[in-house]
Design a protein around this ligand. Structure first.
Ligand code: GLY
Ligand code: MN
Ligand code: MN
Length: 307
């Protein structure tokens, strides 16, 4: 192959870059057909979570990979594939953000975090996270942390409408999490001081941003200019995730022992409408008591194969 001499492609890389940016920004607004594709992917994802819950024993260990495989079967049957490597984090594995080894096992009494999405036949993907109490009931401490993450997520969803700054969804959720961390006695400063951009000390336990765009890519529109996306405002037809979390590493000596190894994230796929937001993944319950009821109902129904 001839070495690149640059002669006939002068300027080409910059033009390519402009095209990539333009396409990324055009993808911010989803049309009706795209929204239907995303809803299809989400609906298949809901069925996949149900399949997994139906096969999850309350009283004995089961491998993370078995659960990964059950979801993958649903993804291949109802869609094209999984949209990204499924994260099946039992117990302390939930505190590792992109835990895709999935070589652990569930334990009754612990939590199970699952971040999974079906990619539909037209390649649009869902991106959903739920946390289940393996034995069917959250302990009081697990529930306290779970409910704080739920409140943070709901607060973020509640402000979504056209014109709202993308980063305000994140900051709204983070304030609720900072308040929860303060209630747990963990914040070394006041909530207001923690929210100061010069501090953000809460990030030790929140680890990541609350939202990203979703579409044909799981992290859609990632080449859009900052002012159009990260520093921009939401518009009608945007679809974004809202996924706050709290993570207490097993070796974190700044938290009481009973919190160590708990990782909780709740993630939903949200469409911005003319006046607010629609949660496309509302087919999976999020509130702690509703999660318990849903899990019990899945177990009652028993295992099933797609079809
Ligand atoms: N599943 C990847 C993410 O939540 O962004
Ligand atoms: Mn996500
Ligand atoms: Mn996810």
């Amino acid at each position: 192959m001839r070495p690149y001499d640059g002669a006939r492609t002068e300027g080409q890389p910059a033009r390519d870059r402009e095209l990539v940016i333009a396409i990324s920004e055009l993808k911010l607004v989803k049309d009706e057909w795209e929204i239907a594709q995303l809803q299809d992917a989400v609906d298949a994802t809901v069925r996949g979570f149900e399949d997994v819950a139906r096969a999850l024993p309350a009283d004995r260990a089961v491998s993370e990979r078995l659960l990964e495989g059950i979801f993958a079967l649903r993804a291949r049957h109802d869609g094209n594939d999984v949209g990204y490597g499924s994260i099946i984090g039992a117990g302390e594995h939930a505190t590792i953000l992109h835990w895709v080894h999935n070589h652990g096992a569930t334990r009754p009494g612990e939590l199970l975090l699952m971040d999974m999405g079906v990619e539909g036949r037209n390649l649009y993907t869902a991106d959903v996270t739920r946390v289940l109490p393996v034995n069917g009931r959250f302990t009081p401490l697990q529930r306290q942390v779970y409910d704080a993450v739920y409140a943070a997520q709901q607060a973020g969803i509640d402000i979504i409408k056209p014109g709202v700054a993308f980063k305000d969804v994140h900051l709204t959720s983070m304030r609720v999490l900072a308040e929860a961390l303060s209630d747990l006695g963990l914040l070394p400063v006041s909530v207001d001081e923690a929210m100061d951009p010069a501090s953000t000390v809460y990030r030790r336990w929140t680890l990541h941003g609350t939202s990203h765009m979703l579409g044909i890519d799981v992290h859609d529109c990632s080449n859009a200019r900052k002012e159009m996306y990260r520093d921009g405002a939401l518009g009608e037809g945007y679809v974004l995730t809202v996924e706050p979390g709290l993570y207490f590493q097993p070796e974190d000596e700044l938290v009481p022992e009973e919190l160590r190894g708990i990782g909780i994230r709740i993630e939903d796929d949200v469409l911005v409408t003319a006046t607010g937001a629609v949660n496309l993944s509302a087919g999976l319950p999020r509130r702690s008591d509703e999660v318990e009821t849903w899990l019990a109902a899945q177990r009652e129904a028993g295992p099933r194969l797609p079809g």
